[in-house]
Design a binder for this molecule. Structure first.
Ligand code: DI6
Ligand code: FE
Length: 398
């Protein structure tokens, strides 16, 4: 499948074209877009003579979307992993000057080429599992120049690999050492001016923050969200990951695209998220790696109709996970998602968490970002782990 010319993909089951699985389905793609999808028996006669791509019984899905990652950073935190194994908690390590702040020093030391070189193997691992679109956050620079450099490096990835990159400004990730105990001054003097500079350079698709005892409170996050709103940028938030701080309510009231982690969110939070249409982005890699025991309120999200997405949260500290398939397996095993919810979580709902309406489903008019899997049913994508069943990924029809 090397041309952008019209072709028909057929001869297998299709998931992501509607609520269930379409067996014996067909898809016509042309010029990088899906033009038609339906049962092969209904294929319009004008498409019948087009070149064919036979699935040989394989499953066709939308290409996956990793809607929450931090893949641009320097160094690693294996030492912190060892400390946690000896009993230190993620918060204790952070309060002792490790954690996010230790990655900040290693990130500041790299130029743009260095940041890209370290990120490419991570990106390649993620793309190898049928991913076509990835969100990348800043937040390990915490000064004007390094935050901008991270965002530029993230954007540059889409010139180096066949992938679509969405960039999120996460200046409110941690308080850097030079502003220790002066979080408000950091927000005024660095975080907000950097947001304005990054936006002026066209580097920001969304604005994020970390609302947590070890990071920023709701008042501080609100000040950043006010600037995002003034600039016309959508917001999202890391909220209720380690404790309940009220970030979810703030984010939902700000019309956030997504609220991420949400282990400590309540049923009231779920109600607010449903009202605002915010996606709950579940990050089981972080839950697993820091040995969290409180699972997110999946039943409340279901009850109130909050869409749930799954992502890797790929980062050097709380989630050194480079597999969206494993995130799906963990979402099912640890959070009791159904395999169908897991698949929607890395396709349709992940697109929604990024505010994208042209991808994540198999429907006429959307981008021809597709994945062909050596499996027969969607449940198999979540069921096995440690094996990659991808047969082929199609990116923009190619
Ligand atoms: N929550 C997370 O899980 C990541 N960021 C955040 O706000 C962790 C980032 C890190 O530990 O480096
Ligand atoms: Fe994160």
């Amino acid at each position: 499948m090397e041309s952008t010319g019209a072709q028909v993909i057929h001869g297998g089951a299709i998931a992501g074209a509607g609520p269930g699985v379409l067996s014996g389905g067909a898809v016509m793609i042309e010029a990088g877009r899906i033009q038609w999808v339906g049962p092969e028996s209904d294929l319009p006669s004008e498409f019948k003579a087009l070149p064919r791509h036979h699935l040989d019984g394989r499953l066709l899905t939308p290409a996956f979307i990793d809607c929450h990652t931090h893949i641009i950073f320097g160094g690693n935190r294996a030492r912190e992993f060892e400390l946690r194994l000896q009993g230190a908690s993620y918060e204790e390590v952070a309060r002792a000057g490790g954690g996010i702040v230790s990655t900040v020093s290693a990130t500041r030391a790299l130029d743009e080429a260095g940041l890209i070189a370290q990120a490419l193997p991570r990106l390649d691992a993620i793309l190898a599992e049928g991913v076509s679109c990835i969100e990348v956050k800043s937040g390990y620079g915490l000064d004007v120049e390094t935050e901008l450099r991270m965002l530029r490096a993230a954007r540059a990835l889409q010139g180096l690999r066949p992938v679509r990159v969405r960039t999120t400004y996460l200046g409110a990730h941690a308080v850097p050492p030079e502003y220790r105990a002066r979080a408000d001054a950091y927000i005024d003097e660095v975080c907000i001016p950097t947001l304005r500079a990054a936006h002026a350079e066209g580097l920001v698709d969304a604005v994020d923050g970390f609302c947590e005892g070890i990071a920023f409170d709701t008042k501080q996050i609100r000040r950043i969200f006010d600037v995002a709103s003034e600039l016309g940028l959508p917001v999202k938030l890391h909220a209720e990951q380690l404790s309940h701080q009220g970030g979810t309510a703030l984010a939902a009231r700000s019309g956030a695209l997504s609220v991420d982690h949400v282990e400590y969110a309540t049923e009231d939070d779920a109600r607010l998220m449903a009202a605002s249409g915010s996606v709950a982005v579940l990050l089981p890699g972080a839950f697993y790696a820091i040995r969290e025991t409180q699972a997110p309120p999946v039943a409340a999200f279901r009850k109130h109709g909050v869409p749930m997405a799954l992502a890797t949260d790929c980062n050097p500290g709380s989630s050194p996970l480079h597999s969206l398939l494993l995130a799906m397996n963990m979402g099912c095993t640890l959070f009791r998602l159904t395999p169908q919810e897991a698949l929607r979580g890395v396709t349709e709902h992940a697109a929604r968490a990024l505010g994208l309406t042209d991808t994540g489903r198999i429907a006429a008019g959307l981008r021809a970002d597709l994945a062909i899997w050596n499996v027969e049913t969607p449940a198999e994508l979540s069921y096995r782990f440690g094996i990659n069943p991808l047969h082929q990924r199609i990116f923009g029809g190619i």
